[in-house]
Write a protein that binds this ligand. Structure first.
Ligand SMILES: Cc1cc2nc3c(=O)[nH]c(=O)nc-3n(C[C@H](O)[C@H](O)[C@H](O)COP(=O)(O)O)c2cc1C
Length: 246
């Protein structure tokens, strides 16, 4: 069956880290945010807030804290996506149902809401020829983000997003074959042969791509990412903001 235009757009996704010095069209950002908001949301709680970061000093401080990601400073737009249980706590108290206690379930619902909204927004942007990249690096030093953006209790910055008009056409990164991630009825561990095949494909991709050439494969890159990005401060940080307390 032929792919629809939407499916083609999804399959063509690639992160963009180099941007033209050109702003978005008037009203474009607001329209993208409406598209993000249209994503499904757990119990309709809409547990998210976006902070649009325009202050160059704030962008610089966050870029440095994120490990020197220069595209944070250069993108036409830089957004911080927050899990927001503050507004919900406020309404719970106002209607007399009692405030939030910090249940993990509520935290998870908020995190999932933010992720769905962010991806909807990214896809909407890509459908207009924009490009972007999610920035998990903001969790290197989440305190910097809190301080720069004045984030109050029960608001947790989860990831950033750079958006703008692409200045470079990067390759699509091959995903695992569907059979590796789609299980029928019962979970099956990945077959070593399938993994080896994918590693070989990814090793060719990393060696042959136009920029940031690497001698690695998916298994090694993944292990390195996992070992290098533990962000041991996160549990304390989340709890200090009223998330995942119980
Ligand atoms: C939640 C999340 C956080 C990410 N954080 C970063 C980041 O801090 N810096 C970066 O350059 N890319 C980041 N990325 C982009 C991933 O590296 C990228 O999506 C992945 O390598 C697949 O490549 P593709 O998006 O080009 O298909 C992040 C992606 C996600 C979903």
């Amino acid at each position: 069956m032929a792919l629809t235009a939407t499916q083609q757009l999804q399959i063509n996704h690639r992160s963009v880290r180099r941007f033209l010095e050109k702003p978005l069209e008037p009203g474009q950002l607001e329209a993208l945010i409406r598209c993000g908001q249209a994503a499904a949301t757990s119990s309709f709680i809409q547990a998210y807030s976006i902070i649009r970061v325009t202050r160059p000093e704030a962008r610089r401080a966050i870029a440095v804290a994120a490990g020197g990601q220069v595209w944070i400073e250069k993108a036409a737009e830089f957004l911080i996506f927050c899990a927001d249980l503050r507004r919900i706590n406020q309404v719970c108290e106002t209607v007399g149902k009692g405030g939030l206690e910090g249940y993990s379930e509520h935290g998870l619902a908020a995190v999932i809401d933010v992720a769905l909204m962010g991806q909807n927004l990214m896809l909407a942007a890509e459908s207009q020829g924009l490009g972007g990249v999610f920035i998990g690096g903001i969790r290197n030093q989440p305190g910097v983000v809190v301080e720069q953006l004045g984030l109050p209790h029960r608001v947790v910055p989860l990831f950033g997003m750079c958006l703008g008009w692409p200045d470079a056409n990067t390759e699509v990164k091959p995903r695992m074959p569907v059979e590796c991630i789609l299980h029928q009825d019962q979970y099956q561990d990945i077959e070593p042969d399938k993994l080896a095949e994918y590693d070989e494909q990814m090793s060719k991709y990393y060696a042959g791509r136009g920029a940031n050439v690497k001698l690695t494969d998916w298994s090694n890159a993944t292990a390195e990412a996992m070992q290098g990005k533990k962000r041991e401060h996160m549990l304390d940080f989340l709890r200090s903001r009223g998330f995942f307390v119980c």
